[in-house]
Design a protein around this ligand. Sequence first.
Ligand SMILES: Cc1ncc(COP(=O)(O)O)c(C=O)c1O
Length: 462
Amino acid sequence: MNKPSTNLSTELSTDDILTKDTHLIQSFANLDGLKQRDARTAIVAAKGAYVTDSDGNQMIDGIGGLWCVNVGHGRQEIIDAITQQLQTLDYYSTFYNFTHPTAAALAEKLASLAPGNLNHVHFANSGSVANDTAIRMLHHYNNRLGRPGKKKILSRVGAYHGSTHLAMAMTTPAYSDGWDTAADGLVHHLRAPYAYREAGEMTEAEFLEALADDMTTAIHDIGAENIAAFIAEPIMGAGGILVAPDGYHQRMRQITADHDIKYISDEVVTAFGRLGHMFASKNVFAIEPDIITTAKGLTSGYQPLSATIISDDIYEVISQPGAMFLHGMTYSGHPAAAAAALANIALLERDEIPQRVRTTGKVFENALRGLGDLDIVGDVRGSHFMMGIEFVKDKATRETYCDTINVGLQVAQAAQARGLIARPLGNILILSPTLIMDDDQIGQIATILRESILAVMDGLPK
Ligand SMILES: Cc1ncc(COP(=O)(O)O)c(C=O)c1O
């Protein structure tokens, strides 16, 4: 390949952008497929609930960036807060004995919003690292307590916890097909709470029992003395929007607490309003975990920032005399990111966005459930602004179309051509828009999806 030109002009045509883009490696992408020029979309601007591509097409951002632009695009208050912060203090670390007022204020704010005794916060720059941090902290915690064997992690099939080596080991194995996971033997994956495909003839209550049995059996087989933590998303996102049976999290919390296994609630997606509350663990699922990890909606994506929020109990052990906290990233608590988070939370509070989502999110949920009459829509599931549609060939048997047909991708492409960005995941389509959608925009999404699904159905083999 030739060396690229050094022209950095921002006024680029689609052709220019896509030529430069041949040097960029997209994430979670079929790199070979992306060699087809028209397979890529360049987004050049965004405002409110919409984004604009390099050909000038305006589209509803049906995935909120990447489940993260909770307050909507282009909010001046956040942009101003970042700018002012950079003018005052562009960078200083939170290493050694250093701190700065913005990271300190954000840590205090998060402690006040988090449930129970989750009062101590470590910052990083991605959800993956927030989850790695949680595990490193718990391993150290158990070392300090003189139980060096208590290290294994219970996760679940269908989970997504990130793509660093450790976070990927906790993620569902399907996401590392053909790739290695460094932490072999460290993680045990429990059954997915995937009612549509796993519950069979079971009632919801019976399915919950089956999942609880799976957890108890794993603890029995591995030994509680060898297990540090259970990690779970309140609703599984990138695994296909899997909503566990009613009472699942409380039940799992009880079983883990009975065995002195710490409960990590991965709220990278569910926090900051997506399910109608700042944090979903307590307010939606009635549990107080030992650790909450979060990112995405923390800054609404305006800056890369994540947080690992731990209980007083864990903090006391890892901050004992003689203990050293040997963990941290250069940009942990970056001033600009912390300023973005404070301004973002102020907006969420001022505009009562989580409260509004309790109404508008239900309108969204119902609008998507209305697509259930279409022949290939097997299941519509999720909650508020976190929804998934699963496509099938046969509603009665739940048989799917083969992978090469890729119905999710076809519907996503049809929707994009009609002005809506949605995220395909095999036979599933994921919608996680900004949280500022009004009834009209929600109606538009439902209409575009209906038209797109009908258009795709026309071309499917009978
Ligand atoms: C539940 C969950 N946890 C962790 C992550 C990883 O976050 P990041 O991509 O910021 O590393 C994601 C990303 O989508 C996620 O959905």
